[in-house]
Design a protein around this ligand. Structure first.
Ligand SMILES: *Cc1c(COP(=O)(O)O)cnc(C)c1O
Length: 438
């Protein structure tokens, strides 16, 4: 039996950094990534046979836990009928109907294979539909790795961004404006300066790529007003929050708080594929009709609407649409966050957490951070020690302080209790460290 260490060494010989997506490499927290051999329900087992309670859930998709019997059956049946046809199928219609049925702002969707593709296509469609070039994003929000979105804020508000990745020429991000999350004054100034040129504002309504940060209600309300006033499209990136924080996504959460609220465009992924490569973007019929073959905005995909992936997504949506599903998931997730906060209080360590539906976050600080800068200013060394303490005790949390966590319907009250006990032991050890020991 190969150890994690041996597999990591072998992987690094043939795969850059040994991983196919950077965060898996544990660079932020240090140490050796666990090579997962199988998963079932809320658990994953690594190559050495060690079991972990999984709070990543493939970064969100596994909302039912791993290997849910109804989903597994749907996938097996679909696979037996054929892997891919490159021709339309009835299942694509069913999935589109299911998404539209759950998200009132969406009248039509196009299916793709990854959140990156969906986000990139949304930007192109927004530009094509408005005839404008500029886009706005917020620092700390991730919308996939399309070139125009790999950008950080410039030195002043009037300046556009700088690429965050080599290989992205500055010209490619010259139309991308990056603003601070939850900063109403900056938003107003940006619209005052660039309003008539802004095609769309893309936002993670509850950001899960800077841990867990909610857009405040006044901020969201003002964002909606400004977009409408200036003819810019408001694009909700719900790749993480869609069918995860509520059945209707984060937009249903804000619609409860802001009467009549809805975004113009929506981006989905993760849960809608149930663990298979599937994502989608949607909007009104009017805007979606700008897409090829009806309109001038080109967009395509060999594996888009894949029959096995759509079967997996449909079976997943069916399970999470059952009455009481989100009430139970929300309560379980809240009990985890409350348990972590209680363990920290007992140890005398500042920790604050938040959750919505099956998505959560926690910070080693006294108050919930409003934006990326504040998130990154929380105690990273303490987070890293906590991460490793939990991993050693069989709890698999996201390996970076800027990532959200996920609870599935398969996590039982006993799993939560075991997690909180692990946290209590880890935080007691943390409290016993010499002050200033770093
Ligand atoms: C994961 C994620 C993406 C990218 O999706 P991929 O399927 O990894 O390409 C985009 N936006 C958000 C909010 C995400 O969390």
């Amino acid at each position: 039996m190969a150890t994690n260490e041996e597999l990591f060494a072998r992987a690094q010989r043939v795969i850059p950094g040994g991983v196919n997506s950077p965060v898996r490499a544990f660079r932020a927290v240090g140490g050796t990534p666990r090579f997962i051999s199988r998963a079932q329900g809320p658990y994953m087992w690594d190559a050495e046979g060690r079991r972990y309670i999984d709070y990543i859930g493939s970064w969100g998709p596994m909302i039912l836990g791993h290997g849910h019997p109804a989903v597994l059956q749907a996938v097996q049946e679909a696979a037996a009928e054929g892997f891919s046809f490159g021709a339309p199928t009835e299942r694509e219609i069913e999935l589109a109907e299911a998404i539209i049925g759950l998200v009132p702002s969406v009248e039509q969707v196009r299916l793709v294979s990854s959140g990156t593709e969906a986000g990139m296509s949304t930007i192109r469609l927004a530009r094509g539909a408005t005839g404008r070039s500029k886009i706005v994003k917020f620092e700390g929000c991730y919308h996939g790795h399309a070139d125009a979105l790999l950008v950080k804020a410039g030195s002043g508000l009037a300046t556009f961004g700088f690429p965050t990745s080599a290989g992205v020429p500055p010209e490619v991000v010259q139309h991308t404006l990056v603003l601070e999350y939850n900063n109403v004054a900056q938003l107003e100034q940006a619209f005052a300066t660039h309003g008539p040129q802004i095609a769309c504002v893309m936002i993670e309504p509850i950001a899960g790529n800077m841990n867990f940060v909610r857009a405040g209600v006044p901020f969201m309300k003002r964002l909606r007003e400004l977009c409408t006033q200036h003819g810019a499209l408001l694009a909700f990136d719900e790749v993480m929050t869609g069918f995860r924080v509520a059945l209707g996504g984060a937009q249903s959460v804000y619609a409860r708080l802001i009467p009549g609220f809805k975004p113009d465009m929506s981006v989905f992924g993760k849960v809608i594929g149930g663990g298979m490569p599937l994502a989608a973007f949607g909007s009104t019929k009017d805007i979606m009709s700008q897409l090829a073959p009806l309109g001038p905005v080109y967009q395509a995909g060999t594996l888009s609407g894949n029959p096995v992936a759509t079967a997996c997504g449909l079976a997943t949506l069916k399970e999470i649409s059952k009455p009481g599903f989100f009430e139970a998931l929300s309560a379980r997730t809240r009990s985890l966050v409350e348990g972590l906060a209680g363990a920290a209080r007992h140890a005398g360590i500042p920790l604050v957490g938040d959750s919505e539906g099956g998505m959560f976050g926690f910070f080693f600080s006294a108050e919930l951070p409003p934006n990326y800068g504040v998130v990154m200013g929380t105690d990273k060394e303490r987070f890293n020690r906590f991460f490793h303490g939990m991993l050693e005790r069989g709890v698999y949390l996201a390996p970076a302080l800027y990532e959200a966590g996920f609870v599935s319907a398969a996590h039982t009250a006993d799993d939560i209790a075991a997690t909180v006990a692990a946290a209590a032991a880890t935080l007691a050890a943390e409290a016993a460290r010499a002050p200033g020991g770093g």
